[in-house]
Design a protein around this ligand. Structure first.
Ligand SMILES: Nc1ncnc2c1ncn2[C@@H]1O[C@H](COP(=O)(O)OP(=O)(O)OP(=O)(O)O)[C@@H](O)[C@H]1O
Ligand SMILES: [Mg+2]
Length: 375
């Protein structure tokens, strides 16, 4: 029989715990998977590693294209990414696409949590276009600000609460749970709809109304946020791949060449060929931003509030020259999501990471969430 030394066991358990203090944020996008691994050190999140991998090649598409791959292909890609980026932790949080979720704000009487849990599925039936048994439901009670409380004195609606209901189709959740199991993430892995993660990683101290824009490959996601809470979410069914497709068609070049041109030249074309490319790029991007500005103005009018700032995230906003142009299209101050500033990073990487901030905002937000959840 083997002899167990209890001190040794305690020591190794401690080591295990220490090792386990690293967590990962895994953003499974439609075109790119991104991961960050961070550990908690004296109350701060410290970056250990990060990386990204294009999904296109796993489905026979070009880099930069939105995909809809089966779980097994995604698992293969994640395993490759973990290996390449030297990801060692298996404690994590994983993103769910906004496009597979339904967010609805409803008003209910102010009741206790238990009663609310009974009421939500009944109320949700009225707003969700599929049988309620086919979706997983979550909800967030929107706290009233002191100003809102004061303004409602004597109002018969004072005792009512605003609740954001989030519904996700079971099929989607099952697919993600399957992926998580196959890549070996531990039990207790949490999921979050991507916009919530991205906002956690890029919001500053300013709590005034803001719009977050995430330009991905196939679509662009918008979220209107007040006091750090999402009040409204919206999808524009165009993304950065539209630029590549437009360039490829107009200039009669391959998708791969168009993708390279998009990234190299962006909106800053100088010579004749470059200027022509930038014009084509501009017409696609201006559609997306004009549409986003329309949503912004609509929100302002409806709520009689000013949206003071627009925060840009997603790989699509890395387009060269976008900053200057976005200011033209959006009627608010425009900034880039600086998600790496929320965690401690090596000084020599700072410039690179500031530039990559908008791209990694979802994965950083997920890692921060998981760290907060640790005991
Ligand atoms: N430097 C760059 N300049 C211009 N476009 C870029 C650059 N880098 C990436 N992109 C574009 O950004 C898109 C990918 O963005 P992102 O990584 O946010 O996508 P995703 O997370 O997979 O998409 P989604 O969030 O919609 O699922 C691609 O279409 C790619 O061509
Ligand atoms: Mg994304």
């Amino acid at each position: 029989m083997q002899n167990f030394d209890i001190q040794e066991i305690i020591k190794s358990a401690k080591n295990l715990f220490k090792k386990n203090e690293s967590v990962i944020g895994l953003d499974i996008g439609s075109s790119v998977i991104k991961v960050v691994q961070v550990r908690k050190e004296q109350g701060r999140a410290v970056l250990e590693t990060y990386g990204e991998l294009a999904l296109g090649p796993y489905g026979g598409f070009d880099v930069g294209r939105a995909t809809n791959l089966p779980a097994d292909k995604i698992v293969e890609a994640i395993k490759d990414l973990f290996r390449e980026a030297n990801v060692t932790s298996r404690i994590g949080s994983v993103s769910l696409p906004l496009s597979s979720a339904l967010l609805t704000m409803i008003e209910l009487p102010a009741v206790d949590d238990e009663k609310l849990a009974q009421m939500i599925p009944v109320e949700a039936r009225k707003y969700i276009p599929v049988p309620i048994t086919e979706v997983a439901l979550d909800w967030i009670v929107i706290p009233k600000t002191a100003e809102e409380e004061a303004a409602m004195t004597g109002d018969p609606k004072k005792d009512r609460i605003q609740v954001m209901i989030v519904a996700i189709h079971n099929q989607v959740l099952n697919k993600y749970e399957d992926i998580v199991k196959k890549i070996g993430l531990t039990e207790g892995t949490t999921f979050e709809i991507e916009v919530y993660s991205s906002i956690r990683a890029t919001i500053g101290r300013d709590l005034s109304p803001m719009m977050f824009i995430d330009m991905g490959a196939g679509i662009t996601k918008l979220a209107l946020v007040e006091q750090g809470i999402i009040k409204n979410a919206h999808i524009i069914s165009r993304g950065s791949q539209e630029i590549t497709i437009a360039l490829s068609r107009a200039l009669n070049i391959s998708i791969a060449k168009a993708e390279k041109m998009k990234r190299d030249i962006g909106l800053l074309g100088k010579d004749e060929e470059g200027k022509k490319a930038s014009e084509i790029i501009e017409s696609t991007v201006s559609y997306i931003f004009t549409e986003a500005n329309r949503v912004l103005l609509g929100y302002q009018n409806k709520n009689n509030k000013t949206v003071s700032r627009v925060v840009l995230t997603g790989g699509g906003v890395l387009l060269k020259g976008l900053s200057e142009h976005a200011k033209k299209w959006m009627e608010a101050e425009v900034v880039f999501g600086d998600s790496f500033s929320k965690i401690e990073t090596p000084a020599f990487l700072q410039a690179v990471l500031t530039d990559a901030g908008p791209e990694f905002s979802v994965s950083i937000g997920l890692a921060l969430k998981r760290l907060q959840e640790l005991p």
